[in-house]
Design a protein. Structure first.
Length: 259
């Protein structure tokens, strides 16, 4: 049986990168998937390519009203929500002394506030799906980063936002567990992965070849990860195979934080 058979999943930032790879894997594993993203053109195209078990809804995760609209829509159309993947995020490379307050707040709004809002509005609908179960139930997977575990120069805003996601995840996991909601909450922490965003960053460097080798060497395994490797980690936490796992940090970092 497919690992997500009969489950309904909502994924943010699903028009590209980790989100799109996860959406593809979820559909292949039997889920009905709602892809969300600010990029409506690519999001619509992605959902169409995935077939009848996927659909797209526009969503800026930093906007509370848009979350309310999307969750209401899921309740009206699917009648339930089993899996929430808070994946949408943005990065910023800037020295603290050169960063504006507006830039700082934008990173926190998308990366941290977006996760909070997703959980706030998804949980009531997820509780309906998990009511009365001792296994299965709901699963929230928050995509954090190794930057939520260790610091990095000129990445203070990003590290702060992902650190917030890391501890928010643990706190919410305890809240859900002690309330016996049957909703699990876990985080995934990728290191450098060959996404379109990372590839674009490398291409902008004065010496792209040198920049790529530098990023590869940051992981002891000797290479960057792939979006599919991250998606498979998300799939595990979303599935009933992880029914006794909550409040955990799943590192997908090629050994980067083991040093």
């Amino acid at each position: 049986m497919p690992r997500l058979a009969n489950k309904v999943a909502l994924i943010t930032g699903a028009a590209s990168g980790f989100g799109l790879a996860t959406a593809k894997l979820f559909v292949a594993e039997g889920a009905r998937v709602i892809l969300t993203d600010r990029n409506a053109t690519d999001g619509e195209a992605a959902a169409k390519a995935l077939g009848p078990h996927a659909r797209f809804r526009p969503l800026d995760v930093a906007e509370e009203g848009q979350w309310q609209t999307v969750i209401t829509d899921v309740g009206d159309h699917e009648g339930r929500l089993d899996v929430l993947v808070n994946n949408a995020g943005i990065g910023l490379n800037r020295k603290v002394t050169e960063m504006t307050l507006k830039e700082w707040r934008l990173v926190q709004a998308v990366n941290s506030d977006g996760v909070f809002l997703g959980c706030k509005y998804a949980i009531p609908l997820m509780q309906q799906a998990g009511a009365g179960k001792t296994q299965g139930g709901g699963s929230i997977v928050n995509v954090a980063s190794v930057a939520g575990k260790v610091g990095a120069p000129e990445m203070s805003a990003y590290c702060a936002s992902k650190g917030a996601v890391t501890l928010f995840t643990k706190s919410l996991a305890m809240e859900m567990a002690y309330a016996r909601t049957n909703i699990r909450v876990n985080s995934v922490h990728p290191a450098y992965v060959a996404t379109a965003l990372v590839e674009a960053h490398i291409a902008e460097m004065p010496d792209p070849v040198k920049a790529r080798k530098f990023l590869e060497k940051l992981q002891p395994i000797g290479r960057m990860g792939t979006v599919d490797e991250v998606a498979r980690a998300i799939l595990y936490l979303a599935s009933d195979e992880a029914s006794f796992t909550t409040g955990s940090e799943l590192l997908v970092d090629g050994g980067m934080t083991a040093q």
